[in-house]
Design a protein around this ligand. Sequence first.
Ligand code: ATP
Length: 419
Amino acid sequence: MDLMEKITALAKRRGFIFQSSEIYGGYQGFWDYGPVGVELKKNIKNEWWKTMVYGREDVVGVDASIIMNPIVWEKSGHLKAFTDPLVECKICHKRFREDQKDIHEHNNWTESKTFNLMTEVLLGTIEPKEKSYLRGEITQGVFVNFKNVVDSTRVKIPFGIAQIGKAFRNEVTPGNFTFRSKEFEQMELEYFVKPNEKESKKTFEDFKEIRINWYKNLGMNPKKLHFKDHEPEKRAHYAKYATDIEYEAPFGWSEMEGIHHRGDYDLSNHNLKYKDNLNNEEYTPWVIETSGGVDRATLFFLIDAFTEGVDGRVVLKLNPKIAPYKVAVFPLLANKPELVERARSVYSLLSTVYSCAWDDRGNIGKRYFAQDEIGTPWCVTVDFDSLKDDSVTVRDRDTGKQERITVVKLQSYFEDKFQ
Ligand code: ATP
């Protein structure tokens, strides 16, 4: 089995990711997150929000609707830009207008098709129904709310608007597990700055560092991360600078997040300006965007954390901050009510602060095995000694070391771990 097969098998076996509509044979390009997958994905989004919104006084969030007035897509250029005859490289899945094929290094193309990546939906009850679209990127939801945010909050340039949400693309070749899906989630910051070459370039460079460090600080192997600048001829025509953060996946270096200098392209498209009341100036701000894929980050964190011993034993070394469960609590024996009762009280104590797993099946070895596979950093076992000395055994996922800790100290013990 190659690594991607192992990851896909683990994802299904332990409840990270399932095929959508699996009982009906699945549905190409769509995926469901299971009980542990939803926790992992939620933790990734929360960590992103903590860094990009709560950690900054110059950023606020929005949650715009998925379906917007179709005029938005006309103005943004999506309806036009996505209906050109396109071909897609079968090797790296980059799409090109047919007349731009020769700028690409590979030469293995899908048939040329006039396709629109926007997913159409029909609304209304009377025929003909109104054609609308599921958003192809979450970005436009931020731009169309630019004025609302400026008018309703105290933000002043430079400031950012953050958003996390679903986007939909009618991808020609979905694949590599969740890497390229038709429905996916994005986490984005649109940061508005004065139209100034030097300052905006600096902001662009700063965000490159902020974003790559975010992945590193959450434990991603720095050797598997790099920037890949877009060559001028491959860049969107409006982008002044653009770079991708790529991860070295088993299927090659792959885009995980884009950092783009979008100039005044979007706000101009929507005819939006900013009024600086202090200096009585009016101008169209420039935008620096960080646009990450939640599903790609989730997949790459999974791949990065996957370790396998010589005996085939899998340990998912996820950073505790994003691990689905922080602590698992076990009674040594499930058929001893006094152990179960004591373990339940430990579970109640810890679960007010951390997402905890409870397991009383099989023997301790099997439970460790199961928790290692879902990346639970610590397992707490309540045994007969616990009833006498009020201590429990805490076992560390990565070192396998076990420590006796008194229950009263348990909360501060874990607090220290998260420092
Ligand atoms: P690609 O070249 O891989 O199609 P893109 O350059 O079109 O990606 P952007 O439009 O910059 O992607 O979107 C920002 C982010 O959204 C990407 O870096 C990626 O993480 C995520 N993303 C885009 N398309 C998909 C998809 N089909 N499935 C999953 N995630 C996606």
